[in-house]
Design a protein around this ligand. Structure first.
Ligand code: GFB
Length: 301
């Protein structure tokens, strides 16, 4: 089976093996004609759609139009071209950012369309939420087997470690590294009070591949470990693992959504024995990867 992995060089895509992993230069998903000719030239049976414009809370807040446009267009173009070339199966990765910011906890799939996503990332949240509509409509009208997987916050090697545009884990690892190097304080955005669930990138990749082979239901599949982690505790864990003993300071400015605890009961019923990489272990591996690649200039910034 020939599987096209979009975003093949990104955080999740790089954990999935396939002969068909074009870079964004080789296949620009914003250009429908480019996808059409790629699918005409390559016999593709299935797609794992990992490509997305992603960023942390600050980057999302400052660029809602770009996040909305790029994520909507890439997915709409890809699914329409896949229809034309009769691709048999598509797995799309969404995000727990699709949920309304005022919702009952845990976040359940029934609540996805009940209210606006958090104002800090509504461009990204609505675009990803529309992927569920995109999949549902093509399933209903054309009988396409498109499934959606909703992971919580993903992290791991090969992430975007830019301290402004990246997510919290790569951002804090980089900041802690700099604080150690420059003997300064280690600055955390916001109050440190929010909570997040974290998924290691290779777990996200494994589960996307599992979904390609085994999950065929229209209902979005939420994927998250049980544990919610407080941002201040996360920062302390990173400081401890990196040997930082200085001051951890909170700038109070940007918290984003307070919590996003998600309902993983369906995932657990389907894969009861799946063992997620623990946050301690995932941080150790990500920090080691960062330190190993920083001096080599291999870090995406
Ligand atoms: O990872 P993050 O940007 O994602 O932020 P979101 C998570 C939490 O960490 C927020 C805090 O409460 C931040 O205020 N935080 C503390 C930091 N220090 C830092 C830092 O140095 N960098 C960053 N980035 N955060 C994103 C969405 O929201 O989640 C995206 O904006 C995407 O759309 C992604 O879906 C999964 O969970 O707040």
């Amino acid at each position: 089976m020939n599987t096209l992995v979009t975003g093949g060089s990104g955080l999740v895509g790089c954990t999935i093996e396939s002969e068909f992993k074009p870079t964004s230069k080789e296949l620009n998903l914003l250009n429908y004609e480019a996808i059409h000719s790629y699918l005409a030239d390559n016999k593709i049976d299935s797609i794992i759609h990992c490509a997305a414009k992603v960023g942390g809370v600050k980057e999302n807040k400052e660029n809602p139009a770009d996040f909305f446009y790029e994520n909507s267009m890439m997915t709409m173009n890809l699914i329409e071209a896949a229809r034309v070339f009769e691709v048999k199966k598509i797995v799309c990765l969404l995000s727990t950012c699709i949920f309304p910011h005022e919702a009952d906890y845990p976040l359940t799939v029934e609540q996805i369309h009940n209210g606006e996503p958090h104002p800090s990332n509504y461009g990204y949240g609505f675009a990803k939420r529309m992927t569920e509509i995109n999949a549902r409509a093509y399933r209903e009208q054309y009988g396409m087997n498109i499934v959606t997987v909703v992971p919580c916050n993903i992290y791991g090697p090969n992430d975007n470690f830019n301290m402004n545009s990246g997510h919290v884990i790569p951002g804090l690892i980089h900041k802690c590294y700099k604080a150690l190097e420059e003997k300064t304080d280690f600055e955390i955005w916001g109050t440190g009070k929010p909570y997040r669930e974290f998924l290691y990138s290779s777990d996200a990749g494994n589960i996307a591949q599992w979904a390609l082979e085994n999950y065929n239901e229209p209902e979005p599949l939420i994927v998250s470990p049980d544990e919610e982690i407080n941002i201040a505790v996360l920062a302390q864990q990173i400081a401890w693992q990196m040997g930082f003993k200085g001051n951890i300071v909170f700038n109070q400015e940007l918290d984003g959504m307070f919590r996003k605890p998600s309902d993983n009961s369906k995932f657990k019923s389907l894969l009861p024995n799946y063992e997620f990489v623990t946050i301690e272990n995932g941080l150790t591996r990500t920090i080691a990867w960062f330190i190993d690649n920083y001096d080599k200039g291999n870090i995406r910034l």
